[in-house]
Design a protein around this ligand. Structure first.
Ligand SMILES: C[S@@+](CC[C@H](N)C(=O)[O-])C[C@H]1O[C@@H](n2cnc3c(N)ncnc32)[C@H](O)[C@@H]1O
Length: 347
């Protein structure tokens, strides 16, 4: 990969939603080329700290070079954000004032023709964020049953032609390159459908499956809430409806005191809100931003603030959450951190 060319999406809106302040401690769970990270570091100076995480080792190297000027304020970790809590414990980086997820891929990865993310260039069907992952997109395409492929393309790509595409792919296997797959899809779907390339949805589905994107997002968001200090902000930028649904549902659920099904006369769930929604309506890029950076067109930003409840102070036993302990007893407690280190598997 060459010089960084990724343009950070909704940059000003992100900094505002995170309420970045001097001396604050922030986590960028999707570091990419470091565009958002640099802006967070500028705004949190003097004294700000940033933990940057990215699963892609090539991207981490690029971000490291870009953020060199901030080296005394940053810690960059090449890891998957599914391990967010363990990473924070390992590096003693908690609780924090803000956590950002800017999901999906950076232009660095989409423009890197060897990775197989783009249907516009011929490359091995790989799509792994990290070479340490075992299963590639080619493995899924060539070893899944027709029914499994159809289900995957339907569920993760929301593709109306999922059965026809799966049938064709199985007939034409082995398929090992991006353009071989594109040709199979085009034979079923035909040419362009509006502004969408016919392979867009199938490629999205494969990428989600290879990288377990939705499962990892769900788990990491829950961990993120627990790592936020009082009034800490969680900001998520998503790029397709499957991601946005997960973010929206979690934020809505965690900002409600009762999550009993409709019709239950008295609350039996005992659920207590731990978030306050910052923006009731989703934030999207302006027409000017979309014009300058067409890849921002599908971006949706949601933000919430961690609030403390009376219950969190008094809850005891197994249920006692990390955030409750940290909030109830101050920003940093060496004894608690020691206990947590012993509890979690170290990376
Ligand atoms: C849209 S880019 C972020 C761009 C960044 N905000 C910037 O301004 O340059 C998303 C990044 O998240 C990383 N990523 C996606 N899923 C991840 C995961 N589960 N764990 C860690 N990094 C992940 C990708 O490798 C990619 O570099």
């Amino acid at each position: 990969m060459s010089a960084p060319t990724h343009i950070p999406v909704l940059l000003q809106e992100t900094i505002e939603a995170l309420a970045v302040q001097p001396g604050g401690r922030y986590i960028d769970c999707t570091l990419g080329a470091g565009g958002h990270a640099a802006a967070i570091l500028d705004r949190s100076s003097p004294g700000g700290q940033l933990l940057g995480i990215d699963a892609d080792p090539e991207v981490i190297e690029i971000a490291k070079a870009r953020l060199e000027a901030y080296s005394s304020s940053i810690l960059l970790v090449n890891e998957n954000f599914i391990n967010l809590e363990a990473i924070c414990i390992k590096y003693d980086f908690l609780p924090v004032h803000g956590i950002l997820f800017d999901l999906g891929l950076s232009s660095l990865q989409l423009n890197n023709h060897g990775r197989g993310f783009s249907f516009q260039h011929d490359a091995p069907l790989d799509m792994r964020l990290s070479p340490s992952q075992e299963v590639t997109a080619a493995d899924i395409i060539n070893t899944s049953s027709e029914a499994e492929l159809a289900h995957l393309i339907k569920t993760y790509g929301e593709e109306g032609y999922s059965h026809q595409i799966a049938h064709r792919v199985v007939q034409e296997r082995p398929i090992n390159t991006t353009l071989q797959l594109v040709r199979s899809i085009e034979q079923v779907v035909g040419g362009r459908r509006g502004r969408l390339h016919p392979a867009t949805k199938t490629f999205q589905a494969l990428r989600i499956a290879v990288n377990h994107e939705l499962e990892h997002l769900k788990a990491a968001l829950k961990q993120a809430i627990n790592l936020l200090g009082f009034e800490g902000r969680l900001v998520v930028i998503s790029y397709h409806s499957l991601e946005d649904r997960i973010v929206k549902q979690l934020m809505q659920q965690e900002s409600r005191d009762c999550i009993c099904p409709p019709g239950v006369p008295t609350c039996v769930c005992g659920h207590r809100a731990c978030l306050r929604l910052i923006n009731k309506r989703v934030i999207t890029p302006s027409p000017t931003e979309v014009q300058l950076n067409p890849r921002s067109h599908s971006a949706k930003l949601r933000a919430a603030e961690h609030i403390i409840t009376q219950d969190e102070y008094y809850r005891t036993g197994e249920e006692h959450s990390l955030s409750a302990q940290l909030n109830a007893e101050g920003w940093r407690r060496p004894a608690l951190l020691k206990k947590l280190r012993a509890t979690f598997l170290m990376l």
